[in-house]
Ligand binder design. Sequence first.
Ligand code: NAD
Ligand code: MG
Length: 392
Amino acid sequence: MKQSICLLGATGSIGDSTLDIIRQHPEKFSLFAVAANTNVGKMAYICDTFRPKVAVMGDSESRDELARRCKGLDIQFEWGEEAMCRIASAAEVDQVMAAIMGFAGLKPTLSAIRAKKRILLANKESLVTAGKLFMDEVARYGVTLMPIDSEHNAIFQCLPQDDHGFSKSHVSKLLLTASGGPFKDWSLEDMKKVTPSQACNHPNWSMGQKISIDSASLMNKGLELIEACWLFDMTPNDIDVVVHPQSIIHSMVSYEDGSVIAQMGVPDMKVPIAYGMSWPNRITTEVAQLNLMDVATLDFSQPDLVRFPNLKLAADAWFMGGTAMAHLNAANEVAVDAFLKKQIGFLDIATINARVLNELPVFPVTDLAKVFEGDRIARKLAQTFVQSGKYL
Ligand code: NAD
Ligand code: MG
């Protein structure tokens, strides 16, 4: 039976790759609804090409402009977070691609879980900030949660599987690979002067701005460490981060008998997306097959926590528990935005993250309101640091 898709974050990098998989398999997938923030031009193109039934924008001006540009198309145009929650839980939808950038993705993703959709989770920030509540809801509603982040998708592929998901039998460790980003071998002195365009220029992956900066500062790996803890019921002590600059091995699972199983392929997000959409089957992707002779060498090393303190901060936040992970994520969203606007330097991102994480009191996450409150106070403190410049 054809699977009906709701694509949240349709105009982004993951949105592009998801649309490409839908285009390649019209007999398997149809696009019911799309959502994006303010990129009207790209959304108009998507509406014209894919003809979803509903299109949602972040604000009313963008919605009106989109409706004007798409006049004559049989599409319902809406705006705002509530509308995004409605399309994510609509009866017509089978699978929801959660690919909104940042904390803004949390509510629509939770709506999709509560409506028992298959969740294709790219939006790691929702799981990082609300991890326990998120996973409790996944269990309560019995939904299939497919990790789309390439590392987590790789781990999922390397774990023992049954029709309901994965098991952890005989697993001793997870090995989370990291490219190391564009500044892997740079001195601290040189990293001080990094520009946003240098930081966005990832060696192996083409991604949205925020995750590109996160990859350069290793915050992405920190968020992924927390993401892996929640997804696979582990702690940072069960996970080794391995720097592997070629990004050919997307992650590995180490077993108690000494076996290590790796998932490999050329770095292209269409592979984990197609896997998530077709699991437990596989479908074609038009992605090039890996040629190991071309790659020739695979390198591995330990991450440098002195030049990249964000990775350590993420592990700290996990052990602090409660709202600490929401604090760290919010501080980072503010700091990355300030770096992109050239208000702070590259190394200041981790400094602000550390200050916010270490200065705010942590509360247990007993309900969603606590997560939103943690996010709010952390954003406020991070903004104060950015504006005053007093964080060193
Ligand atoms: P992107 O910046 O290219 O796209 C983000 C999308 O989210 C856009 O469609 C944008 O309109 C939408 N958006 C942003 N703010 C919004 C808001 N407030 N309300 C509604 N929509 C909003 O980002 P991306 O690279 O596609 O990444 C999306 C998510 O997937 C992120 O959480 C990222 O960490 C995760 N992810 C991305 C990749 C990748 O290769 N790009 C890999 C793994 C995980
Ligand atoms: Mg990743």
